[in-house]
Ligand binder design. Structure first.
Ligand SMILES: [Zn+2]
Length: 286
């Protein structure tokens, strides 16, 4: 079988790696999104306002899709802890505190490596344990909000932007893979976030091609072709459906149900932002 190195789509033929047409189109777009978000968050005078910055809102909203995915939980939790600490002006976390705050059976090394690469933390060793120090990059981001009385919602929202940034970095590594050297060694835990990759490829892809709505049926088909397990799929659908109430997702503005056909409508801001990004990505390729 031929297998897409990015999404895992299989095609009959002799054993070989390939990049499927969907991924060929999506990869440069994803790289454009990552580049813009990275530039934004790395700028020395960056102020992150999760309520008014559309590209950051898009990232926070989109990665929300996999918040329940056990493979990715560690990144969300880590970001939430970092942001909570930063708001309280506590810029150091010991490994012991970390282990108390976040229960995981995974080793921290891959996460530390990634967060250091993004310049979000520094890790040093003191008294035989690792100490995580938050960088200026984090401090800079929360500073404008530190004096306000913050709601849990805002903290969650902020944490989602950083989790989105971290996950985009991993997706960007996937987007950079080449058929002749699909190097999983660059990915934390050697894992591709295939569900997130495929969901975004589909949902962003709809907007990218000028369609503001998509059907649940088409999404299901798209993901099942890529052998995404149905339980994982259900979680993503649940996230798409949770537009209000306890959650903060604003990617979907409307869901209409006609018989057993469910149609999702992408929010106006997200639709516009994706089209703008598409135009900038095309501009760049020219
Ligand atoms: Zn593919």
């Amino acid at each position: 079988m031929k297998k897409c190195i990015m999404c895992g789509l299989q095609k009959s033929g002799a054993d070989a790696n390939f990049i499927c047409p969907d991924c060929s189109q999506f990869a440069p777009f994803l790289q454009q999104v990552y580049r813009e978000v990275d530039e934004k968050l790395s700028s020395p005078d960056a102020v992150v306002d999760p309520t008014s910055d559309h590209i950051l809102q898009l990232v926070a909203d989109s990665t929300f899709l996999t918040v329940a995915n056990p493979q990715l939980t560690i990144y969300y939790k880590m970001c939430e802890l970092i942001i909570q600490k930063a708001y309280k002006r506590e810029y150091q976390i010991s490994e012991e505190q970390l282990n108390k705050a976040i229960k995981t059976i995974r080793s921290w090394s891959a996460v530390f490596k990634l967060f250091q690469e993004l310049d979000l933390i520094q890790v040093t060793i003191e008294d035989h344990q690792r100490i995580i120090t938050l960088t200026d990059k984090i401090e800079r981001m929360v500073k404008p909000f530190q004096s306000e009385s913050l709601s849990d919602q805002i903290i969650k929202r902020h944490a989602h932007i950083y989790a989105g940034y971290v996950l985009l970095n991993i997706l960007n590594k996937v987007a950079e893979m080449r058929v002749d050297e699909p190097d999983d060694g660059r990915l934390p835990y050697g894992q591709k976030p295939r569900t997130l990759w495929s969901c975004l490829m589909f949902v962003w892809g709809s907007a990218y091609s000028g369609k503001q709505t998509f059907s649940e049926e088409d999404l299901r088909r798209f993901l099942s072709k890529r052998r995404i397990p149905s339980t994982t799929y259900s979680e993503a659908i649940k996230a798409l459906q949770s537009m209000s109430g306890k959650t903060v997702q604003t990617l979907i503005k409307d869901i209409s149900i006609d018989g057993d056909q469910i149609t999702f409508a992408i929010s106006d801001y997200a639709f516009r932002e994706i089209l703008n990004l598409r135009d900038r990505a095309r501009e760049r390729q020219r």
